[in-house]
Design a binder for this molecule. Structure first.
Ligand code: GLA
Length: 388
């Protein structure tokens, strides 16, 4: 992201400069839809960020301008009603991220005063790379520094997640915010979403490149995502009738789920089985990665896509098409990434086949759907920081 553009816009709108912060998007190697089931995920921060400049303005008003959307929004600290209503449409809905983070911080007893802010970024919106989480983390980090609020990165991740739950209406897990805040260059994070303990795993797949292809089918997580969350909860409720100690699908084995097949509705059963298997795939893939066994890792990545598509029902025709293209170029692994219903595939491609794969896969996609897909080579990068 071009910081100069943010600075210039801030100067025009608000005058004297503030501090600048950046928070990255993320990839997830494997472990999808496991985070809100208290399982494991394997994300890393990427070299695409949301950037914001922020400065207190001595009033009780927050005035915000989006460079990319060329829109402005504002609210008064402590106003009871959100500044825009989600049901009224998406226009200016991004101001809810600011309002939500401020409110979540106020709930935790902190005092925040009015500020001016300009933001923008190069994370494609609705591309499954967590532009929303990156924005929440940038806002949280900036306010924490500016007003010396004393939150640690764990609390900032939770504040971002609860902003989604309480103000945006998506009952998401904690993966995206965690990856954005805790990212480390050259490493992926094996995060236990129950305890929030994590290992960093060096990620250097020698001889392979990691590349994302954006279907340009925009996903907006909402009803369908929350439906999956509810179906998993129904799976847990069914298992609890036999195993009352169970708290989440993390505690459930395939055998335990099979025991309650008769009393579990078929779709909840199918979704829950996927989550149990996906968590196991992640554990195997992660061990393989540590040993440099990319073949096993890649097989699990393909397995993840198949499960996400057939059992979890969060893929789409365009994503499946791009994964098939990767198979043709003997990709080590390929799958849809993130919440699903559009967005990007992540592909692990041998160096020597990279150019041919990109050229042919994008041409085939364009021919089939009359849409030009975008290609992003991935660099695993550091997490949220003040940059100027
Ligand atoms: C979205 C959510 C995450 C996670 C993924 C699927 O990115 O925000 O919490 O559930 O989908 O793994």
């Amino acid at each position: 992201m071009n910081i100069a553009v943010i600075r210039e816009t801030f100067n025009k709108q608000f005058g004297a400069p503030g501090a600048v912060f950046a928070s990255p998007g993320r990839v997830n190697l494997i472990g999808e839809h496991t985070d809100y089931n208290m399982g494991f995920v394997l994300p890393g921060a990427i070299d695409k960020c949301m950037v914001l400049e922020l400065k207190p303005n001595g009033t009780n008003k927050c005035r915000v301008h989006s460079v990319d959307m060329k829109q402005s929004g504002e609210f008064v600290i402590g106003q009871a009603e959100p500044p825009v209503s989600l049901s009224a449409g998406k226009e200016n809905a991004w101001i809810l991220f600011f309002y939500g983070v401020v409110e979540e911080m106020r709930k935790r007893g902190k005092t925040i005063e009015g500020f001016d802010c300009v933001f923008g970024g190069d994370i494609p919106l609705g591309g499954g790379l967590s532009s929303s989480a990156a924005l929440e983390c940038a806002i949280g980090f900036a306010l924490n520094e500016t007003y010396a609020l004393g939150f640690d990165r764990y609390e900032l991740a939770r504040i971002g997640q609860l902003t989604e739950h309480n103000y945006v209406g998506v009952k998401c897990g904690i993966m995206d915010q965690f990856a954005s805040l805790f990212g480390q260059a050259g490493h992926v994070i094996k995060l236990d979403c129950r305890s929030l303990t994590f290992d960093v795993v060096p990620f250097d797949p020698k001889g392979y490149r990691v590349v994302l292809i954006n279907t340009m089918v925009k996903h907006a997580l909402g009803t369908e995502y929350n439906e999956r969350v509810a179906q998993c909860a129904a799976g847990v409720a069914a298992v609890k009738t036999k195993h009352p100690e169970v708290q989440s699908l993390r505690d459930v084995t395939e055998a335990m789920l099979n025991e309650v097949k008769a009393i579990c509705d078929p779709l909840s059963f199918q979704r829950s089985m996927f989550v149990i298997q996906e968590n196991n795939r992640l554990l195997t893939a992660c061990e393989a990665l540590k040993k440099g066994d990319y073949k096993t890792f890649g097989a699990k990545v393909y397995g993840s896509h198949e499960g996400l598509s057939k059992d979890y029902g969060v893929s789409c025709e365009e994503l499946d098409f791009l994964v098939e293209q990767a198979v043709k170029y003997d990709a080590l692994g390929a799958r849809m990434m993130g919440g699903g219903f559009g967005g990007c595939t992540i592909n692990f491609i041998e160096e020597g086949k990279y150019e041919a794969f990109i050229g042919n896969a994008t041409a085939a996609y364009e021919k089939q759907y009359r849409i030009t897909p975008l290609v992003y080579p991935v660099v695993i990068s550091n997490g949220t920081a003040r940059v100027e």
